[in-house]
Design a protein around this ligand. Structure first.
Ligand SMILES: [Fe+2]
Length: 295
Protein backbone atom coordinates (compact mmCIF):
# COMPACT_ATOMS: atom_id res chain seq x y z
CA UNK A 1 0.00 0.00 0.00
CA UNK A 2 3.00 2.24 0.35
CA UNK A 3 2.70 3.51 -3.21
CA UNK A 4 -0.78 4.95 -2.64
CA UNK A 5 -1.12 8.37 -0.93
CA UNK A 6 -3.56 7.28 1.80
CA UNK A 7 -4.65 10.11 4.12
CA UNK A 8 -7.29 9.02 6.65
CA UNK A 9 -7.34 12.52 8.19
CA UNK A 10 -9.32 13.78 5.17
CA UNK A 11 -12.99 13.02 5.79
CA UNK A 12 -15.15 13.89 2.77
CA UNK A 13 -18.84 14.54 3.18
CA UNK A 14 -20.60 11.74 1.26
CA UNK A 15 -24.25 11.96 0.23
CA UNK A 16 -25.89 8.90 -1.32
CA UNK A 17 -28.70 8.81 -3.90
CA UNK A 18 -30.31 5.38 -4.22
CA UNK A 19 -31.94 4.43 -7.53
CA UNK A 20 -34.75 1.97 -6.89
CA UNK A 21 -35.13 0.92 -10.52
CA UNK A 22 -31.56 -0.43 -10.81
CA UNK A 23 -30.46 -0.74 -7.16
CA UNK A 24 -27.59 1.63 -7.93
CA UNK A 25 -26.17 4.09 -5.41
CA UNK A 26 -24.82 7.37 -6.82
CA UNK A 27 -22.78 9.71 -4.63
CA UNK A 28 -21.96 13.37 -4.21
CA UNK A 29 -18.57 13.62 -2.49
CA UNK A 30 -17.81 17.05 -1.05
CA UNK A 31 -14.54 18.50 0.16
CA UNK A 32 -15.15 19.63 3.78
CA UNK A 33 -12.59 22.43 3.33
CA UNK A 34 -14.07 24.01 0.17
CA UNK A 35 -17.21 23.95 -1.97
CA UNK A 36 -15.70 21.48 -4.46
CA UNK A 37 -17.41 18.16 -5.10
CA UNK A 38 -17.43 15.11 -7.35
CA UNK A 39 -20.24 12.79 -8.40
CA UNK A 40 -19.74 9.05 -8.66
CA UNK A 41 -21.71 6.58 -10.82
CA UNK A 42 -24.71 8.64 -11.88
CA UNK A 43 -27.88 7.13 -13.37
CA UNK A 44 -30.09 8.02 -16.32
CA UNK A 45 -33.64 6.67 -15.96
CA UNK A 46 -34.77 4.27 -18.66
CA UNK A 47 -38.11 2.66 -19.35
CA UNK A 48 -36.69 0.06 -21.74
CA UNK A 49 -40.02 -1.37 -22.82
CA UNK A 50 -41.09 2.11 -23.94
CA UNK A 51 -37.64 3.21 -25.21
CA UNK A 52 -37.97 6.27 -22.95
CA UNK A 53 -35.11 8.14 -21.26
CA UNK A 54 -35.71 10.58 -18.41
CA UNK A 55 -33.59 12.28 -15.77
CA UNK A 56 -35.33 12.39 -12.38
CA UNK A 57 -32.41 10.72 -10.56
CA UNK A 58 -29.81 13.00 -12.14
CA UNK A 59 -32.00 16.07 -11.63
CA UNK A 60 -32.18 15.34 -7.88
CA UNK A 61 -28.38 15.32 -7.74
CA UNK A 62 -28.13 18.49 -9.81
CA UNK A 63 -30.63 20.22 -7.52
CA UNK A 64 -28.66 19.18 -4.44
CA UNK A 65 -25.36 20.46 -5.88
CA UNK A 66 -26.99 23.71 -6.96
CA UNK A 67 -28.82 24.30 -3.68
CA UNK A 68 -25.65 23.79 -1.68
CA UNK A 69 -23.72 26.10 -4.02
CA UNK A 70 -21.14 23.42 -4.83
CA UNK A 71 -18.69 23.39 -7.70
CA UNK A 72 -18.73 20.08 -9.59
CA UNK A 73 -15.17 19.20 -10.55
CA UNK A 74 -15.37 15.49 -11.46
CA UNK A 75 -17.88 12.96 -12.76
CA UNK A 76 -16.40 9.56 -12.00
CA UNK A 77 -17.41 6.20 -13.45
CA UNK A 78 -16.01 3.35 -11.37
CA UNK A 79 -16.55 1.14 -14.45
CA UNK A 80 -18.69 0.63 -17.54
CA UNK A 81 -21.97 -0.39 -15.95
CA UNK A 82 -24.02 -3.16 -17.52
CA UNK A 83 -27.17 -2.59 -15.49
CA UNK A 84 -27.85 1.13 -15.75
CA UNK A 85 -27.13 4.04 -18.07
CA UNK A 86 -24.81 6.84 -16.96
CA UNK A 87 -26.12 10.41 -16.75
CA UNK A 88 -22.63 11.93 -16.63
CA UNK A 89 -22.86 13.95 -19.89
CA UNK A 90 -26.32 15.25 -18.91
CA UNK A 91 -24.99 16.49 -15.56
CA UNK A 92 -21.76 17.79 -17.08
CA UNK A 93 -23.70 19.88 -19.59
CA UNK A 94 -25.47 21.65 -16.71
CA UNK A 95 -22.72 21.84 -14.08
CA UNK A 96 -19.35 21.30 -15.80
CA UNK A 97 -16.60 19.04 -14.46
CA UNK A 98 -14.53 16.31 -16.09
CA UNK A 99 -15.73 12.77 -16.82
CA UNK A 100 -13.19 10.12 -15.81
CA UNK A 101 -12.99 6.32 -16.16
CA UNK A 102 -10.30 3.61 -16.13
CA UNK A 103 -7.91 3.45 -19.09
CA UNK A 104 -9.01 -0.09 -19.95
CA UNK A 105 -12.26 1.38 -21.24
CA UNK A 106 -10.54 0.87 -24.61
CA UNK A 107 -10.70 -2.93 -24.11
CA UNK A 108 -14.42 -2.66 -23.42
CA UNK A 109 -14.96 -0.40 -26.41
CA UNK A 110 -13.17 -2.92 -28.58
CA UNK A 111 -15.18 -5.88 -27.25
CA UNK A 112 -18.58 -4.22 -27.41
CA UNK A 113 -17.81 -2.25 -30.56
CA UNK A 114 -17.68 -5.68 -32.21
CA UNK A 115 -20.78 -7.03 -30.44
CA UNK A 116 -22.81 -4.01 -31.58
CA UNK A 117 -21.12 -3.95 -35.02
CA UNK A 118 -20.20 -0.30 -34.62
CA UNK A 119 -18.63 1.33 -37.65
CA UNK A 120 -15.26 3.05 -37.74
CA UNK A 121 -16.84 6.31 -36.56
CA UNK A 122 -17.07 4.73 -33.10
CA UNK A 123 -13.67 5.54 -31.61
CA UNK A 124 -12.19 2.79 -29.43
CA UNK A 125 -9.57 5.06 -27.86
CA UNK A 126 -11.48 6.35 -24.82
CA UNK A 127 -11.70 9.82 -26.38
CA UNK A 128 -15.36 10.13 -25.31
CA UNK A 129 -14.06 10.69 -21.75
CA UNK A 130 -12.11 13.67 -20.40
CA UNK A 131 -9.71 11.60 -18.30
CA UNK A 132 -8.50 7.98 -18.49
CA UNK A 133 -7.13 6.84 -15.14
CA UNK A 134 -4.29 4.42 -14.52
CA UNK A 135 -3.46 2.64 -11.28
CA UNK A 136 -1.94 5.10 -8.80
CA UNK A 137 -3.11 8.25 -10.60
CA UNK A 138 -4.16 11.14 -8.36
CA UNK A 139 -6.54 14.03 -8.92
CA UNK A 140 -7.84 16.95 -6.86
CA UNK A 141 -11.35 17.63 -5.57
CA UNK A 142 -10.84 21.07 -4.05
CA UNK A 143 -8.19 20.55 -1.34
CA UNK A 144 -8.60 16.75 -1.31
CA UNK A 145 -6.23 14.48 -3.21
CA UNK A 146 -8.05 11.43 -4.54
CA UNK A 147 -6.26 8.39 -5.92
CA UNK A 148 -7.21 5.48 -8.12
CA UNK A 149 -6.58 1.75 -7.69
CA UNK A 150 -7.07 -0.54 -10.68
CA UNK A 151 -9.38 -3.30 -9.42
CA UNK A 152 -10.31 -5.41 -12.48
CA UNK A 153 -12.15 -8.74 -12.47
CA UNK A 154 -15.80 -7.70 -12.67
CA UNK A 155 -14.71 -5.83 -15.83
CA UNK A 156 -11.21 -4.98 -17.13
CA UNK A 157 -11.71 -1.23 -16.55
CA UNK A 158 -12.92 -1.31 -12.91
CA UNK A 159 -11.32 1.27 -10.64
CA UNK A 160 -11.64 1.92 -6.92
CA UNK A 161 -11.50 5.65 -6.13
CA UNK A 162 -10.09 6.54 -2.72
CA UNK A 163 -10.84 10.02 -1.39
CA UNK A 164 -9.46 10.57 2.12
CA UNK A 165 -11.05 7.97 4.41
CA UNK A 166 -13.71 6.99 1.84
CA UNK A 167 -13.24 4.42 -0.93
CA UNK A 168 -15.72 3.95 -3.78
CA UNK A 169 -15.35 0.35 -4.82
CA UNK A 170 -17.78 0.16 -7.74
CA UNK A 171 -18.71 -3.51 -8.17
CA UNK A 172 -15.46 -4.86 -6.75
CA UNK A 173 -17.27 -5.66 -3.48
CA UNK A 174 -20.83 -5.74 -2.20
CA UNK A 175 -21.95 -5.35 1.41
CA UNK A 176 -20.59 -8.16 3.67
CA UNK A 177 -23.84 -10.18 3.55
CA UNK A 178 -23.97 -9.89 -0.27
CA UNK A 179 -20.38 -10.81 -1.09
CA UNK A 180 -19.19 -9.90 -4.55
CA UNK A 181 -20.33 -9.07 -8.09
CA UNK A 182 -20.34 -11.43 -11.04
CA UNK A 183 -17.16 -11.90 -13.04
CA UNK A 184 -18.54 -13.49 -16.21
CA UNK A 185 -19.02 -10.49 -18.50
CA UNK A 186 -16.64 -10.36 -21.50
CA UNK A 187 -13.22 -9.52 -20.02
CA UNK A 188 -14.29 -10.50 -16.49
CA UNK A 189 -12.24 -12.99 -14.45
CA UNK A 190 -13.02 -14.41 -11.00
CA UNK A 191 -9.38 -14.97 -10.06
CA UNK A 192 -8.45 -11.41 -11.01
CA UNK A 193 -11.49 -10.15 -9.07
CA UNK A 194 -10.27 -12.01 -5.98
CA UNK A 195 -6.85 -10.35 -6.27
CA UNK A 196 -8.47 -6.92 -6.71
CA UNK A 197 -10.62 -7.47 -3.62
CA UNK A 198 -7.46 -8.25 -1.65
CA UNK A 199 -6.08 -4.87 -2.79
CA UNK A 200 -9.16 -3.13 -1.37
CA UNK A 201 -8.97 -5.17 1.84
CA UNK A 202 -5.34 -4.07 2.29
CA UNK A 203 -6.54 -0.48 2.82
CA UNK A 204 -6.72 0.68 6.49
CA UNK A 205 -9.29 -1.23 8.60
CA UNK A 206 -11.39 1.87 9.27
CA UNK A 207 -11.46 3.02 5.62
CA UNK A 208 -15.12 3.66 4.78
CA UNK A 209 -16.25 1.62 1.77
CA UNK A 210 -19.12 2.77 -0.44
CA UNK A 211 -20.92 0.28 -2.67
CA UNK A 212 -22.28 0.89 -6.18
CA UNK A 213 -25.13 -1.59 -5.68
CA UNK A 214 -27.20 -3.17 -2.94
CA UNK A 215 -30.16 -5.51 -3.27
CA UNK A 216 -31.22 -5.78 0.38
CA UNK A 217 -30.83 -9.56 0.74
CA UNK A 218 -33.18 -11.46 3.07
CA UNK A 219 -35.50 -8.49 3.36
CA UNK A 220 -33.06 -6.13 5.09
CA UNK A 221 -33.07 -2.42 4.30
CA UNK A 222 -30.83 -1.12 1.51
CA UNK A 223 -27.31 -0.33 2.76
CA UNK A 224 -24.29 1.08 0.98
CA UNK A 225 -21.61 1.88 3.54
CA UNK A 226 -19.28 -0.46 5.42
CA UNK A 227 -15.56 -0.60 6.31
CA UNK A 228 -12.53 -2.63 5.30
CA UNK A 229 -12.54 -4.23 8.76
CA UNK A 230 -16.18 -5.32 8.41
CA UNK A 231 -15.61 -6.78 4.95
CA UNK A 232 -12.50 -8.67 6.07
CA UNK A 233 -14.32 -10.20 9.01
CA UNK A 234 -17.74 -10.88 7.52
CA UNK A 235 -17.86 -10.83 3.71
CA UNK A 236 -19.63 -14.06 2.79
CA UNK A 237 -17.55 -14.62 -0.37
CA UNK A 238 -14.08 -13.41 0.58
CA UNK A 239 -14.13 -12.66 4.35
CA UNK A 240 -12.37 -14.51 7.16
CA UNK A 241 -9.53 -15.62 4.91
CA UNK A 242 -11.46 -17.55 2.22
CA UNK A 243 -9.04 -18.90 -0.38
CA UNK A 244 -8.76 -17.77 -3.99
CA UNK A 245 -9.43 -21.33 -5.15
CA UNK A 246 -12.70 -21.54 -3.22
CA UNK A 247 -13.75 -18.09 -4.42
CA UNK A 248 -13.11 -18.86 -8.09
CA UNK A 249 -15.01 -22.15 -7.87
CA UNK A 250 -17.96 -20.55 -6.09
CA UNK A 251 -18.05 -17.46 -8.35
CA UNK A 252 -17.82 -19.48 -11.58
CA UNK A 253 -20.65 -21.82 -10.56
CA UNK A 254 -22.86 -18.97 -9.38
CA UNK A 255 -22.25 -16.84 -12.50
CA UNK A 256 -23.22 -19.73 -14.77
CA UNK A 257 -26.72 -19.52 -13.30
CA UNK A 258 -27.23 -15.76 -13.62
CA UNK A 259 -29.32 -14.22 -16.38
CA UNK A 260 -28.26 -11.03 -18.17
CA UNK A 261 -29.05 -7.74 -16.38
CA UNK A 262 -32.29 -6.22 -17.72
CA UNK A 263 -30.62 -3.11 -19.13
CA UNK A 264 -27.32 -4.59 -20.35
CA UNK A 265 -28.02 -3.93 -24.04
CA UNK A 266 -28.89 -0.22 -23.80
CA UNK A 267 -26.42 0.34 -20.93
CA UNK A 268 -23.36 -0.85 -22.82
CA UNK A 269 -24.20 1.04 -26.00
CA UNK A 270 -24.51 4.27 -24.06
CA UNK A 271 -21.87 3.77 -21.35
CA UNK A 272 -19.11 2.75 -23.78
CA UNK A 273 -19.71 6.20 -25.34
CA UNK A 274 -19.17 7.95 -22.01
CA UNK A 275 -22.93 8.12 -21.38
CA UNK A 276 -23.74 9.66 -24.77
CA UNK A 277 -26.35 8.22 -27.09
CA UNK A 278 -25.31 6.74 -30.45
CA UNK A 279 -25.31 9.17 -33.39
CA UNK A 280 -28.77 9.94 -34.80
CA UNK A 281 -30.12 7.90 -37.71
CA UNK A 282 -30.85 9.53 -41.09
CA UNK A 283 -34.25 10.69 -39.80
CA UNK A 284 -32.50 12.65 -37.07
CA UNK A 285 -33.77 10.29 -34.34
CA UNK A 286 -31.72 8.10 -32.02
CA UNK A 287 -31.96 4.31 -31.99
CA UNK A 288 -30.43 1.59 -29.84
CA UNK A 289 -29.64 -1.83 -31.30
CA UNK A 290 -30.42 -5.30 -29.99
CA UNK A 291 -27.72 -7.71 -31.13
CA UNK A 292 -29.43 -11.05 -31.73
CA UNK A 293 -27.86 -14.13 -30.14
CA UNK A 294 -24.54 -12.38 -29.46
CA UNK A 295 -24.50 -11.93 -25.69
FE1 LIG B 1 -21.14 -3.28 -12.72
Amino acid sequence: MAQYPIDMSVKPDVKAFFDEATNTISYIVKDPASNACAVIDTVMDMDYAAGRLTYAHADAMIADITTRGLELQWLIETHVHADHLSAAPYIQEKLGGRIGIGKNITIIQDTFGKIFNEGTEFQRDGSQFDQLFEDGDTYQIGTMTAFVMHTPGHTPACMTHVIGNAAFVGDTLFMPDSGSARADFPGGDAGILYDSIQKVLALPEDMRLFMCHDYGPNGRNIQWETTVGEEKAHNIHVGSGKSKEDFVKFRTERDAQLGMPKLIIPSLQVNMRGGKLPPADDDGKTYLKVPVNKL
